[in-house]
Design a protein around this ligand. Structure first.
Ligand code: CO
Length: 499
């Protein structure tokens, strides 16, 4: 006879098998599936999602949780139970009607957005978006009501879905310091950028680029016996133990962006591949939160791949693979990759300006969900903040302003901060690695990255969700997430041009 806790383990492992099936159906949909398959695929995924939801919210599960809670459990299992409860609570606290209404309003708004964005049609967008915001506020209130002791504002209840454990007050505090220091740093960058920047534009055949990107993944420790590289419209990473799927995208006219995207997604896959095998299929064995997930991808992209010494090493591979790149030195490639220009578009933003795009979104979505701001006022406040933080105006240009992102269209409020908390975590973790390995430039210059992977595996990957994010950060780096290491990194790279 299994006891209640053991029953729960079995139950969650079964749920993980449904998730496995959905993961690969979704991957196929984004990477391989011809358009004709979309209807049947949507039906199959919806069926599995409904089955998953039904099993996760079954009354029996609530009873087992109550029983397991009374059981004497060791700390490992107690923690595991806590994470099961978190997943379960998130599912049971919303009514089926709300979930359905949200999904319908989100699809409608997202579909409309695809043309409304192109046509700079804020009015049209607003027609659908009001409903999305109303439902997101309702969702936030319901989630908060389920755990009033954890969430001080409605927005915190949505933020927790992505930045689990890092609340809005903590994030505001960290962002305030960034907001204070970044503009000044940004002002000083232009004088330090090299004058004659090598123009890397050329013709780079896609097959050769693909081979080069696979080489990069191998250099970064990716195991092709346990994963694949494919191509998709937007690079992403997914998969399951032993089968990590990442995608990238190629342009014939350049090669740097694809390499950066590949390094980024390889970092996401590395985190997943290092999660603890002994709690496979259980909530406690999953990645802690998106702030840490994004920190691993950004560490691989910005600190490993983009470091001067690694690029010097990898430039040899680039020249071998791409004949039209033979004239470029490591320094040429590095300088082109580390160029700063403030712009209107978040996804095109460089490392220095990116956080300002995120802070602006964080402030707006927080006020929106907490009902301190109405949807109709977004374009104006967006423009005000763009002027204040980046010195650029989006007045009359919502296409490149508040209509540019997909996140809000389906109600994914609370996602944006993970990009910048991730960047801060990455810099802070890499600073700790540099302290432990003072010869890191020589190592990276030889293409050696195993010391970084081993360190991350021990300090971050193997922890799964067995600790809170800030406990992981404190144990690994000595401090909770803060802006200092990130600002030092920007200073070293963009003012001292050191690495
Ligand atoms: Co990412």
């Amino acid at each position: 006879m299994l006891n209640a806790y053991e029953e729960l383990e079995k139950h969650f492992q079964r749920l993980a098998r449904i998730e496995h099936a959905m993961t690969f159906l979704q991957w196929d949909q984004l990477v391989m599936m011809p358009p004709g398959g979309s209807e049947a695929r949507a039906r199959a995924i919806a069926e599995l999602a409904a089955m998953h939801h039904e099993r996760l919210t079954a009354p029996q599960l609530g009873e087992l949780i109550g029983e397991a809670d009374q059981q004497p459990l060791d700390t490992v299992r107690r923690r595991s139970l806590l994470e099961m409860v978190r997943v379960w609570r998130r599912a049971v606290c919303l009514s089926a009607d709300l979930v359905k209404a949200k999904s319908l309003a989100g699809s409608k708004c997202e579909n409309g957005w695809r043309t409304q964005r192109r046509e700079n049609d804020w009015r049209g967008f607003l027609g659908n978006f009001r409903e999305v915001v109303d439902l997101a506020r309702e969702e936030a209130r319901a989630r908060r009501a389920a755990e009033p002791e954890r969430f001080t504002t409605p927005y915190d209840a949505l933020l927790d879905l992505y930045c689990t454990g890092d609340d809005s007050d903590f994030i505001r505090h960290v962002f305030t310091e960034l907001k204070r220091q970044l503009p000044e740093l940004l002002d000083r960058v232009p004088d330090r950028q090299p004058e004659g920047l090598a123009d890397l534009a050329g013709t780079y055949p896609l097959e050769a680029q693909e081979r080069l990107n696979r080489k990069l993944m191998t250099c970064l420790g990716f195991d092709f016996n346990a994963g694949r590289l494919d191509v998709s419209l937007h690079p992403f990473s997914t998969g399951d133990r032993g089968d990590h799927r990442i995608t990238t995208r190629f342009r014939e006219t350049g090669f740097v962006d694809a390499l950066m995207a590949t390094a980024h997604e390889t970092g996401h896959a590395a985190y997943e591949s290092g999660l603890p095998a002994e709690t496979d299929g259980l909530p406690v064995g999953r990645a802690r939160n998106l702030c840490l997930h994004e920190s691993q991808s950004l560490l691989f992209e910005k600190h490993l791949f983009q470091s001067r010494s690694f690029i010097d090493f990898f430039a040899g591979q680039v020249r071998n693979a791409l004949p039209s790149a033979r004239k470029f030195s490591g320094g040429d490639i590095w300088s082109a990759s580390a160029h700063v220009t403030p712009g209107l578009i978040r996804i095109e933003a460089d490392e220095v300006t990116y956080p300002l795009h995120v802070i602006l979104r964080f402030e707006i979505e927080r006020d929106l969900i907490n009902a301190a701001l109405e949807p109709v006022d977004i374009p104006e406040i967006w423009d005000e903040k763009m002027q204040a933080y980046l010195g650029l105006s989006t007045r009359g240009n919502d296409t490149d302003g508040c209509l540019q992102d997909i996140h809000w269209t389906d109600g994914s409020f609370g996602y944006f901060p993970s990009y910048t908390i991730g960047a801060l975590n990455a810099a802070q973790l890499f600073a700790a690695i540099r302290r432990q390995y003072p010869d890191w430039p020589e190592r990276l210059g030889r293409g050696e990255v195993s010391f970084v992977r081993d360190w991350l595996e021990e300090k971050v990957w193997r922890k799964g969700a067995s600790m809170d994010s800030q406990e992981i950060m404190r144990e690994a780096t000595g401090e909770t997430t803060g802006p200092a290491a990130f600002l030092e990194h920007l200073h070293a790279r963009y003012l001292d041009r050191a690495y």
